[in-house]
Design a protein around this ligand. Structure first.
Ligand SMILES: N[C@@H](CCC(=O)N[C@@H](CS)C(=O)NCC(=O)O)C(=O)O
Length: 211
């Protein structure tokens, strides 16, 4: 398998965690999202992922999968141990909901593309862009904090898809200096996860393309 990723991409960070949890080590191709306006926008990568985003996972069959949550669910189906979703349908829906609060409602608003658009096309100054960024993380984390279970992980005693999404989002929040003191459960879950080798190994600073 080949993973097309970028050390700082939080969607790629999610996938790296899931791959590590499943004991899989694909070959890595780093797609620099800043260099030359983004190497993801070059025709070579567009031929791999027409959406021009990372991550993408090329399977040994040559099939290319995109969208981190879709890829992670594929991995969970093909490599069931350890499971990333509970067996019970209600519990599964709850874990997916936690993951989607992050992946569908927080992350897309604070992603490279929208932030670049606010700056370049809409001419917004950096202070306003930072305010936007903080606002949407705080808004989403407020809900997440209330939804989290008793721990140590996001949905209780087992690591799930919710943790796989939470840790990269906390990394982003910290990188952009969002204060997290209102979210003790999120901070505790993040700390518990990062003690696990699969999470630690997936950290941006531990990637071969880290800068
Ligand atoms: N929903 C997608 C998000 C993928 C995504 O937006 N990736 C970002 C990096 S975190 C990207 O490649 N951005 C490039 C760009 O917008 O130019 C997923 O979960 O895979």
């Amino acid at each position: 398998m080949t993973l097309y990723g970028y050390f700082r991409s939080s969607a790629a960070f999610r996938l790296r965690i899931a791959l590590n949890l499943k004991g899989l080590s694909p070959e890595l191709v780093s797609i620099h999202l800043q260099k030359e306006g983004g190497l993801n926008r070059k025709p070579e990568f567009r031929a791999i992922n027409p959406q021009m985003r990372v991550p993408a996972l090329k399977l040994d069959s040559g099939e290319v999968l995109i969208q981190s949550l879709a890829i992670i669910e594929y991995l969970d189906e093909t490599h069931p141990q350890p499971p990333l979703l509970p067996r019970d349908p209600v519990q599964r829906a709850k874990v997916r909901a936690l993951a989607q609060v992050i992946a569908c409602d927080i992350h897309p608003l604070n992603n490279v593309g929208p932030l670049r658009y606010l700056k370049s096309a809409l001419g917004q100054e950096q202070a306003k862009i930072d305010a936007w960024y903080h606002h949407w993380i705080l808004d989403g984390f407020e809900a997440l904090e209330s939804l989290l279970q008793t721990g140590p992980y996001a949905f209780g005693s087992e690591v799930t898809l919710a943790d796989v999404c939470l840790v990269p989002q906390v990394y982003n929040a910290t990188r952009f200096k969002v204060p997290l003191d209102r979210f003790p459960k999120i901070v505790a879950v993040n700390a518990a996860c990062l003690k696990l080798p699969a999470f630690d190994k997936a950290r941006p600073e531990n990637q071969p393309d880290a800068e």
